[in-house]
Design a protein around this ligand. Structure first.
Ligand code: ADP
Ligand code: MG
Length: 703
């Protein structure tokens, strides 16, 4: 029997929770902290000193030697610079560990090497980090020792956001303010805040690290750039929800334990569709904390994989031909007195507040489908969206039969008197219970699906931060709420006005509803007919954040200034170009130094065989035709390699920016694909013993 794990005891062991603060802080300081958490504002410096001391004492008692302002620059991952608590020794050489309120609240890291898209000139290299008091501090246990991590936002000297957290926090305030106007209109005057909640399901691949480290593409690009399909893929559908193998199970056990210690509510785990693919989902929580926790989940997944001799691949498409990885972003809105605005209740057709919220979300998603699409784009996700597995690149909303019917009735007649009932599902076995059927069935092909009491945005890439999608969602819905409240607050007859507004919004934006198969060719044509945008790549999507429509939206709610948006667009182009550049260089290197030399060696063996067979007087025609075939493929590969080198040279000589990004997307990517074809064909005919790195079969089935 294995040791019994006391989950209740270890949960949040490494988190400076509200509970620990209550224990360790004087009453008045604790009250002040709670007030700032709930209502905003700043902690006084005297209180900050008290909090800092309590936090440091707790951290040191638990082995911490350093602290760090933990932030999320525009690289999409987290950043940290460790400072020890060590202070100047006194005359007798004694040193006391120190940490002041000022150090807790603000930091000034040299930030010149983070992407800023021109917002911060190098002579003003400083960035400023500020404690996000609503996300608890935690201890990270790593090889460096125990580090106290303080979640922070990261801004420039002029207050421009240089990170993903600042705009997210701004968007949470915006949606709270606008949603409150709506709930107040419906009589819930007790609500003082509306909080977006997020639950992000995380997909990932695990491969053996010894094998992975033999592949430069996995090392440098995080995905395979070559690789013929293994004889088996996912066609038997035997991996999804399958029994978890021992090695993977041991990993999941450790991963859960590490996450629970960090206060992350790791909840579900299962095998996913592709071989070697898995998923973990935590319980949903306040959006900014969920975003922080998702970063911790990704980081912990990678770290724990190392302890098990494995590598965790978070890339959206690590292997061609099998399903890629995403991150379903479950999102809902709840008032601080406990009402979920997305809960339809048993009779959604009579729940006017719900119908108005739904109408506003339809309007928001239809008006800003391009922004939502953009918020889920990264270079890896381009391989996934629209590739017949993940949601398509076209944004649409799935409501399920019952709600779709309610919308239809409202659009047609202004009333919704009927409700399609879920009915019961009969199992046909007398000893099994019959099920009450859920009226919102699942549709896995929809990018934005209503699932009971939340929306599930399924486009987000597995390696991406969920900050941007939630910032965008909060912002666009805040706008729709604001416009609705503007009308309703002035109405003489509220009931009539709500009724008209719901009908107007639903009629105008019903084109965004689609309940059919999102993977079909037919939908692509139908969406075009409806005028819905179909943005095929990250590069095409980047420009959507600086259109007049977008700038107006984000400036109106104080989420981004035009300058911030323009800088972010620049960073997107740079990030794309750099990513593809690394991939192209890796392909060139693997081709020139590994694949071609291996094939050359093999052809020599074959040629020698041809000669000896011939001189022995036997028929060598089989060997000759094999040799000819390989030589022909090699010639094609060599030519494709030269072509890739040429476009790659052109690309690197271009000025950074939009044009360069487009060149990478259109020319370099095409040349990379052309190089992969003959290389993969060669893999299929060359002796496995001479092939220079592990194959798909080795990686996907022998973990
Ligand atoms: P499935 O794969 O069936 O969609 P999972 O259990 O894997 O379900 O993930 C569902 C996610 O949605 C979890 O993170 C869960 O906590 C989250 N979730 C559930 N209810 C809400 C809600 N009201 N708001 C936001 N997220 C929610
Ligand atoms: Mg799931």
């Amino acid at each position: 029997m294995s040791e019994v794990l006391n989950v209740e005891e270890i949960f949040a062991k490494n988190v400076f929770t509200l509970g620990k603060m209550k224990e360790r802080l004087p009453k008045n300081v604790f009250k002040e902290v709670k007030r700032v958490m709930e209502q905003g504002g700043e902690l006084s410096l005297t209180s900050a000193d008290v909090v800092a001391k309590a936090m440091k004492d707790w951290a040191v008692e638990n082995g911490a030697t350093h602290y760090t302002h933990w932030f999320q620059p525009l690289t999409g991952i987290t950043a940290e610079k460790h400072d020890s608590f060590v202070s100047h020794p006194d005359e007798e050489g004694r040193m006391l560990m120190e940490f002041s309120g000022k150090e807790l609240i603000k930091g000034e890291p040299d930030a010149s090497s983070f992407p800023s898209g021109g917002l911060r000139a190098t002579f003003e290299a400083r960035g400023y980090t500020a404690w996000d008091i609503t996300s608890p501090a935690f201890l990270k246990e790593a090889a460096t020792g125990v580090i106290l991590c303080i979640p922070t936002a990261f801004c420039s000297y002029k207050g421009e956001a240089l990170d993903k957290k600042t705009p997210l926090l701004r968007s949470m305030e915006a949606i709270s303010e606008q949603a409150l106007r709506i709930v107040h209109l419906f009589g819930n005057t007790g609500a003082t805040r509306v909080i977006p909640s997020v639950g992000a399901e995380q997909e990932y691949f695990l491969v053996d690290s010894e094998k992975a480290l033999k592949r430069d593409d996995l090392i440098f690009a995080g995905r395979t750039l070559f690789g013929a399909p293994a004889p088996k893929g996912q066609e038997l559908e035997d991996h999804y929800f399958g029994v978890i193998r021992e090695r993977i199970g041991a990993y999941m056990k450790d991963l859960n334990e590490e996450l629970w210690k960090l206060g992350v509510t790791a909840k579900t785990q299962h095998n996913e569709a592709a071989p070697a693919q898995h998923e973990l989902a935590p319980i949903y929580e306040t959006a900014n904390i969920a975003v922080d926790h998702n970063q911790l989940i990704m980081e912990t997944m990678k770290r724990v994989a190392g302890h098990h001799g494995m590598r965790c691949l978070l890339h959206e498409k690590p292997f061609a031909g099998v399903t890629g990885s995403g991150k379903h972003d479950n999102w809902s809105l709840t008032t601080d007195n406990g009402v979920n605005l997305l809960d339809p209740g048993d009779t959604p057709n009579e729940n006017i507040q719900f119908l108005l919220v739904l109408a506003c979300i339809m309007k928001a998603v239809d008006t800003h489908a391009d922004l939502l699409r953009q918020s889920a784009s990264d270079p890896g996700n381009d391989h996934r969206l629209g590739a017949c597995e993940a949601p398509p690149a076209i944004i649409s909303i799935f409501l399920g039969e019952q709600l779709e019917d309610v919308v239809k009735q409202l659009v047609e007649t202004g009333e919704a008197n009927n409700l399609i009932e879920g009915g019961t599902l009969q199992t046909g076995v007398s000893t099994l219970p019959d099920f009450q059927k859920d009226a919102t069935d699942r549709n896995r092909t929809s990018p934005f699906a209503f699932t009971g009491n939340k929306f599930e945005f399924r486009m987000v890439g597995s390696s991406d931060s969920v900050a941007s999608p939630n910032t965008t969602l909060n912002s666009i819905v805040a706008e729709a709420f604001c416009e609705a409240a503007d009308v309703l607050e002035k109405a003489d007859d509220f009931d009539m006005a709500v009724h008209d507004l719901i009908k107007e919004y639903m009629t105008k934006h019903q084109r965004i509803i689609f309940n059919g198969d999102g993977y079909s060719e037919e939908w692509v044509r139908e969406a075009a007919r409806r005028g819905l945008p179909n943005i095929s790549s990250m590069v095409e999507a980047a420009g959507t954040i600086t259109t007049d429509k977008a700038v107006k939206l984000f400036e109106r709610f104080g989420i981004f200034t035009r300058a911030e948006l323009e800088s972010r667009e620049e960073i997107l182009y740079e990030n794309y170009a750099k990513t593809i550049n690394i991939e192209a260089l890796t392909m060139i290197e693997m081709s020139s130094k590994q694949i071609i030399p291996a094939v050359v060696k093999y052809t020599k063996e074959l040629a020698d065989t041809v000669n000896s067979v011939k001189s022995a007087g036997a028929d060598a025609s089989v060997y000759e035709s094999l040799l000819k075939d390989i030589c022909a493929k090699l010639a094609r590969m060599q030519k494709a390699l030269e072509d890739l080198k040429e476009v790659e040279n052109t690309a690197t000589s271009m000025k950074e920016g939009k044009e360069q990004a487009y060149f990478y997307r259109e020319k370099v990517m095409a040349a990379m694909e052309a190089l992969r074809i003959p290389a993969d064909e060669l893999e299929m005919v060359v002796d496995k013993k001479v092939w220079p790195f592990p194959t798909y079969g080795d990686l996907l089935f022998e973990v």
